[in-house]
Design a protein around this ligand. Structure first.
Ligand SMILES: NC(=O)C1=CN([C@@H]2O[C@H](COP(=O)(O)OP(=O)(O)OC[C@H]3O[C@@H](n4cnc5c(N)ncnc54)[C@H](OP(=O)(O)O)[C@@H]3O)[C@@H](O)[C@H]2O)C=CC1
Ligand SMILES: Nc1nc(O)c(N)c(N[C@@H]2O[C@H](COP(=O)(O)O)[C@@H](O)[C@H]2O)n1
Length: 219
């Protein structure tokens, strides 16, 4: 499987404010770039923190770009939420509409929540005891034909993916704003590394909107 992370951060590295509300850091051209990245992917992945904060639908993508790569009959990218306890609300936008939605969950999920999400149309896959085991969960979606995933955040999930050595590449739009706040989410949160820091190889630098996109390959 190929795992690509994309996110937008403020000039001071924040994904959002301390209120954890969605903030448009990207401009129109960067959102168009994100739509192309989605189009190239078999699935778009977010953590349940992002679902609860932003209620993303993850349905928008560049259809022309997708059909030019995958052919006229290519189906839309699937949606995936990483959610140990099945906290995703049954009326979440990520469950609405056509593209398939996978909920990657754990043994900790109450049976009633698991059933509710399955009844709401999700395909729930269980991997891990207390928390989602990302290596096993990603292997599980690969058996459903998902080989190329794009992760859109947030910071807790991105950190865990680095910790599990699952990230192949990362693109970051750095916008022209300062958000600040010690409790505001950053690109990689979790417990943080104290040694064996993942190393990145810079592959491109591009000026977009009022910011810059950095692309890195994970060494
Ligand atoms: N600017 C941008 O590009 C983006 C910004 N954001 C912002 O980020 C914030 C949300 O980020 P954040 O709060 O970090 O939430 P995340 O989206 O990273 O979700 C984190 C949650 O995922 C669940 N989870 C399950 N298994 C794992 C695992 N193995 N590792 C990590 N998490 C796991 C956990 O909840 P549980 O234990 O219940 O399973 C955890 O709390 C919002 O403010 C949002 O607006 C989000 C995306 C993009
Ligand atoms: N690329 C990007 N730039 C920003 O400025 C953002 N705030 C985000 N946020 C993430 O985009 C997703 C929104 O999904 P839908 O538009 O509902 O499809 C979601 O993952 C946000 O957190 N991204």
């Amino acid at each position: 499987m190929h795992v690509s992370v994309n996110a937008a951060v403020s000039a001071d590295g924040k994904l959002s404010s301390r209120r954890r509300e969605q903030i448009a850091i990207s401009g129109d051209d960067d959102f168009a770039r994100v739509d192309r990245l989605r189009a190239e992917s078999d699935a778009v992945v977010v953590g349940v923190g992002t679902v609860l904060a932003d209620d993303p639908s993850l349905v928008r993508y560049d259809e022309t770009h997708r059909t030019s790569i995958r052919g006229e009959t290519a189906s839309p990218p699937a949606r995936v939420v990483v959610d140990s306890s099945c906290r995703t609300p049954t009326n979440a936008a990520i469950l609405a509409g056509d593209p398939e939605t996978y909920v990657l969950t754990s043994d900790a999920a109450p049976e009633s929540r698991l059933t509710a999400l399955r009844d709401a149309g999700a395909t729930a896959l269980v991997a891990g005891e207390e928390r989602v085991d990302l290596t096993d969960a990603f292997a599980a979606i690969e058996t459903h034909g998902i080989e190329r995933v794009m992760v859109e955040g947030g910071g807790e999930l991105i950190f865990s993916l680095f910790k599990a050595a699952l990230v192949d590449e990362i693109t970051v739009y750095i916008g022209n704003t300062v958000i600040g706040g010690r409790d505001a989410p950053t690109l990689a949160d979790g417990d943080g590394f104290v040694e064996a820091f993942p190393e990145l190889e810079l592959t491109s630098v591009e000026r977009i909107d009022s910011g810059v996109v950095l692309a890195w390959h994970v060494s």
